[in-house]
Design a protein around this ligand. Structure first.
Ligand code: MTE
Ligand code: MO
Length: 378
C-alpha cells in the first residue's frame, strides 16, 4: 500500500482527511506561538508522503529551449547546503483556509478547513535566485518556474505548481530551497529533505519533496496549477466553470482570524473586558497595518495590539499576531450572547470583505471575509 510509510503525527492535529493526510491544529494553540511549532503546523498532502533519504536525494534543474539557452543540471543535498544560507520568516496558508465558513453560505467542493490551515515559520535554505543566476537564467517577464515533487499520483504524475520567473529571481522575493523549518531539518510531512518556500504566495505553490525545477515559457501543466486553486464569480457553477479562463492564485488576499475565544465558548468578563487574540496575514509581502474588532455589529471598532517582525513592507512575509482587551457594556453582559468580528487591513489598505456572500466561489478558496465568532458571557 502507498500509505504504509506515512509518518507519525501529533495527536492534536485534527484530520480533515486521513488518506491523504490533511490536518490543522486547534486554533487557540495556533494563536499562542509567533513561530508555529513544527509538530503543530498544518499538513496538506494531496498524495502519499514519499520516502526520500538524504543520500539518494537529487534535484534536477532544467532550462527548456523556449526559455533561453537550454540546459540541465543536478544538485545533491550537500551541494544545496553549501550554497549561501538564507533565512526568511514566512507564513504559509492553504488557498482553502477558512473554507468551512464559506460553505455555510452554499456548499463548495473541497476539504472543510477551519481557520487553522496556516502556520508561520522561519525557513532556511539556498536562495532560488542564486541557483538560477548561476545557471545563466536571465530575467524575462514571460517565463515561469515549474516545481515538481517526489509524490506521484496513480498515473505517475508528480504534484506540480509554478510561479512567475520574476518572483523567483527577485532577491526581495526571498524564494528559498528550504531544508530547515524553525531551525530543525524539515519533517517528512513538510517536505523532507527540500521544499521550495515562495513567501507571500498561496500554499499550493510551496512544493514539498522538490525533485525538479524547470524554467519554461508556460505554467505547470499539473492539475493543481490548471484546474484547481483559482477564483471565480459567485454565479459561476460547475456547469459553466472554465478553469482555462481564470488566473492561478499566487499572492493571497488579506485575512485574519480570532483564535480565542472559540465559537460558543463561555467567556469570563473581567472588569468589563474580555481578552481576544488571533492572527492576521496578507500575501505579496504586504505588512499588516491594523486589525479592528467590534462586538456591536460594527457600531464601535477597537484597534488590536500587533506582534510582528520589523521587516520592510513588500517583504513582510511573516504573519502578525494580535490581541486586545475588548470592552463589554453592562447591557451586553445582561444579554450574555456576544458576536465578535475581526477584520485586518494591510499596508496597501486592502481590507477584508464583510461577508462571504459576495466572494463565494465553487472551490471555496480565498475565504477571507470578516471572522465572526459568537460566544457566551459568564
Ligand atoms: N507539495 C507537494 N509535493 N505535494 C502536495 O500535496 N500540497 C501543497 C503544498 N505543497 C503539496 C505540496 C499545498 S495545497 C499546501 S497548502 C502546502 O503544501 C501545505 O504545506 P504543509 O503541509 O507543509 O503545511
Ligand atoms: Mo493548499
Amino acid at each position: 500500500s502507498p500509505w504504509a510509510q506515512e509518518p507519525k503525527r501529533h495527536e492534536l492535529l485534527k484530520p480533515a482527511s486521513k488518506r491523504p493526510f490533511n490536518a490543522e491544529p486547534p486554533i487557540s494553540m495556533l494563536g499562542e506561538h509567533f513561530y508555529t511549532p513544527n509538530e503543530l503546523f498544518y499538513v496538506r498532502n494531496h498524495l502519499p508522503v514519499p520516502c526520500i533519504s538524504a543520500e539518494d536525494y537529487e534535484l534536477e534543474l532544467e532550462v527548456e529551449a523556449g526559455a533561453g539557452k537550454s540546459s540541465k543540471c543536478t544538485f545533491n543535498l550537500d551541494e544545496i547546503k553549501k550554497l549561501p544560507k538564507h533565512t526568511v520568516t514566512a507564513a504559509i496558508m492553504c488557498g482553502g483556509n477558512r473554507r468551512s465558513e464559506m460553505t455555510r453560505i452554499k456548499p463548495v467542493k473541497g476539504l472543510s478547513w477551519g481557520a487553522g490551515a496556516v502556520g508561520n515559520a522561519k525557513w532556511a535554505g539556498a536562495r532560488l535566485c542564486d541557483v538560477l543566476r548561476a545557471q545563466g537564467v536571465e530575467p524575462d517577464e514571460h517565463l515561469q518556474v515549474i516545481f515538481e515533487g517526489a509524490d506521484l499520483d496513480p498515473t505517475a504524475h508528480p504534484y506540480g505548481a509554478s510561479i512567475p520567473l520574476s518572483k523567483a529571481l527577485d532577491p526581495r522575493g526571498d524564494v528559498v530551497l528550504a531544508y530547515e523549518m524553525n531551525g530543525q531539518p524539515l519533517t517528512r510531512d513538510h517536505g523532507y529533505p527540500i521544499r521550495v518556500i515562495v513567501p507571500g504566495t498561496v500554499g499550493a505553490r510551496n512544493v514539498k519533496w522538490l525533485t525538479r525545477i524547470v524554467v519554461a515559457d508556460h505554467e505547470s501543466d499539473s492539475h493543481w496549477q490548471q484546474n484547481d486553486y483559482k477564483g471565480f464569480s459567485p454565479s459561476t457553477d460547475w456547469d459553466t466553470v472554465d478553469f482555462g479562463k481564470a488566473q492561478a492564485i499566487q499572492a493571497m488576499p488579506v485575512t485574519s482570524a480570532i483564535c480565542s475565544p472559540m465559537p460558543e465558548e463561555r467567556v469570563k468578563v473581567d472588569k468589563g473586558h474580555i481578552t481576544v487574540y488571533g492572527y492576521a496575514w496578507s500575501g505579496g509581502g504586504r505588512r499588516i497595518e491594523r486589525v479592528d474588532l467590534t462586538n456591536d455589529g460594527g457600531k464601535t471598532w477597537h484597534v488590536a495590539k500587533l506582534e510582528q517582525e520589523n521587516e520592510p513592507d513588500g517583504r513582510h512575509y511573516g504573519w502578525s499576531l494580535w490581541s486586545i482587551r475588548l470592552p463589554v457594556t453592562d447591557e451586553q453582559q445582561k444579554q450574555s450572547e456576544l458576536e465578535i468580528w475581526a477584520k485586518a487591513v494591510d499596508s496597501a489598505y486592502n481590507v477584508q470583505p464583510e461577508s462571504f456572500e459576495n466572494i463565494w466561489n465553487l472551490r471555496g478558496v480565498l475565504a477571507n471575509a470578516y471572522h465572526k465568532v459568537k460566544v457566551k458571557l459568564i
